[in-house]
Design a protein around this ligand. Structure first.
Ligand code: ADP
Ligand code: MG
Length: 242
């Protein structure tokens, strides 16, 4: 492997997700709770960062701020070069739609739709042409190992398969950033491992920057780096195995 070629890339290269001095406070009675405390983070294209830390340490808050679902109290969220805090709400929604894929613990699929329809629905609602959407949806279902399940509805799929549909759906809009909150919380060990492996695979294949919150520290070794949170403070990411 040519390490000289890859080293500069990780330092100066493409960082689809950057958080700079990010703080987030929630109102709490008379005072406030500091969910994020001056967090700095950059995740490169094709990299999976595992985010660990105790319950209440701010992991989901970090994902919500990075996803532009909540505005931070201070600091910057930069998605694929665009600073989210410079945008109004509708511009921010567009940025999220075009650049961010979000995967939560519960797949939240629509009960009446088949797997391929779950992937096509948002293109459909936006009035985009259906033929290319279907081609891409079938391609993605193939990539996540569900080529034979395109016509199945959620109740005909296992928990692991539903999470695979969820992952494929998040990739439909060709995101630059993938934010994943406890994707394996509802799954057994074997299925959890294969979901983490799939997230790593699609991160490389589509060159997205992925942050995965996980309580399974065991699977952290499958990802590129790990950072831990405590009381809203992020300890710097370490390269896994370094
Ligand atoms: P984690 O995902 O690591 O469990 P969270 O980001 O959910 O942590 O929570 C961080 C802190 O912020 C906790 O003290 C939690 O109680 C608080 N918190 C989270 N969401 C809200 C909210 N919507 N309103 C008020 N406090 C919140
Ligand atoms: Mg959480």
């Amino acid at each position: 492997m040519d390490t000289t070629a890859t080293t500069p890339k990780t330092t100066t290269g493409n960082m689809p997700l950057q958080l700079i001095d990010l703080s987030l406070e929630y109102p709490d009675g008379e005072g406030t709770i500091k969910a994020l405390d001056s967090v700095d983070l950059a995740v490169g294209a094709g990299q999976v960062l595992s985010l660990i830390g105790p319950s209440g340490s701010g992991k989901s808050s970090l994902l919500a701020a990075a996803a532009t679902l909540i505005r931070p109290t201070s600091g910057l969220v930069i998605i694929d070069g665009t600073t989210a805090s410079d945008l109004n709400d509708s511009q921010m929604t567009t940025l999220r739609r075009e650049k961010v894929g979000i995967i939560f613990q519960q797949p939240n699929l629509l009960a009446s739709l088949t797997a391929v329809e779950q992937l096509m629905i948002s293109d459909h609602l936006r009035g985009k042409p259906l033929k290319p959407a279907k081609v891409r949806a079938l391609e993605l279902l193939d990539i996540v190992g569900l080529a034979d399940s395109a016509k199945k509805r959620p109740h005909q799929l296992s928990g692991g398969q539903r999470q695979r549909v969820n992952i494929a759906r998040a990739l439909m809009g060709e995101p630059k950033v993938l934010l994943v909150d406890e994707p394996t919380a509802a799954l057994d060990h074997t299925r959890s491992e294969s979901i983490v492996r799939l997230l790593v695979q699609v991160t490389k294949e589509f060159s997205v920057a992925t942050v995965m919150v996980t309580h399974d520290t065991e699977f952290v070794s499958l990802t590129d780096s790990v950072a831990s949170m405590r009381d809203g403070i992020l300890a710097l990411p370490e390269l896994v195995g370094a």
